[in-house]
Design a protein around this ligand. Structure first.
Ligand SMILES: Nc1ncnc2c1ncn2[C@@H]1O[C@H](COP(=O)(O)OP(=O)(O)OP(=O)(O)O)[C@@H](O)[C@H]1O
Ligand SMILES: [Mg+2]
Length: 262
């Protein structure tokens, strides 16, 4: 197994708060790796550090064995790391297809010369981008809405489009931050199926998720955080049986159920 991502003793401080307190973990190529933890545990912070949106206070982050600590988001995007944000981030006024065209240019260099003279090469690139936008719409299941503005889509379709946007940059590692918040069970299944399909196509997925039913269902391994610290890491059963996870994340209700089971 190859490590695609590795965090070594990563620390992030905000004033007096340690949002990441000496976190080490790795993600293997081709796996679905989930990060769980209560609100404020430091999950999004970890994504911000990995994707270059925030600098680490100390520690190191490696991608495919090379240090990426201190790199900027657009550099990391070009290297194959793409993340989604906790709140859906589509371009609301643009159509689905326009969103997926814009998404492809994220992190790309803007070429003033060809923009002005609209070279043949540029026209071909534009045609290819439109074709690919249609393919992406199909892939994530939003092709019925192709020409609608993104804001007019049902919530689950906006999430599907968010995934399409993330895929538009051809990432190898996708960081998905709480995709299924606010969608019902059936819609959740739709998202799970897409995530599995992406993994089966050879990409690696790192997922932040609150819904334990999803986490248990699709994760190869899980990292549980609590107050910025690593509470535990392992397969679903292992993490579920961890006392810190039960108390801090699943809550006293679950702890009570578990105790009464004994
Ligand atoms: N840019 C920031 N500036 C200051 N403090 C921050 C910043 N980002 C996060 N924090 C703090 O760091 C801690 C971890 O926040 P983070 O957003 O990473 O948690 P989370 O696990 O993603 O929570 P949630 O489940 O609510 O999304 C919190 O105490 C938060 O207030
Ligand atoms: Mg968060």
């Amino acid at each position: 197994m190859t490590k695609i991502l590795e965090a070594r003793s990563v620390v992030k401080e905000f004033g007096g708060i340690r949002a990441a307190d000496n976190i080490s973990f790795h993600v293997e190529e081709g796996e679905i790796y989930s990060i769980i933890g209560p609100n404020g545990a430091g999950k999004t912070t970890l994504f911000n550090l990995i994707s270059g949106f925030l600098p680490v206070t100390s520690g190191e982050i490696l991608y495919k064995g090379k240090s990426i600590t201190g790199r900027k988001p657009h550099q990391l995007s070009r290297m194959g790391i793409c993340r989604t944000f906790q709140l859906t981030t589509v371009y609301p006024m643009q159509s689905v297809i326009e969103n997926l065209i814009i998404g492809q240019s994220a992190g790309k260099h803007f070429d003033m010369f060809s923009a002005i003279f609209r070279t043949r090469r540029k026209r071909r690139a534009e045609r290819e981008a439109i074709e690919r936008a249609h393919d992406l719409a199909e892939y994530v299941g939003v092709s019925n809405y192709k020409n609608l503005p993104a804001s007019a889509l049902p919530q689950v379709a906006q999430k599907q489009l968010t995934i399409g946007l993330a895929l538009a940059t051809r990432p190898e590692l996708l960081l998905l931050d709480e995709l299924v918040g606010g969608v019902n069970m059936e819609e959740t299944e739709t998202i799970i199926d897409i995530i599995r399909k992406i993994r089966d196509s050879g990409k690696t997925i790192c997922l932040i998720e609150h819904k334990m039913s999803i986490v248990m269902n699709i994760s190869d391994r899980i990292l549980a955080l609590n107050y910025g610290e690593k509470a535990c890491e392992g397969a679903s059963e292992e993490v579920c049986a961890n006392d810190v996870v039960i108390k801090s994340y699943l809550g006293d209700k679950y702890a009570a159920v578990r105790e009464s089971d004994l």
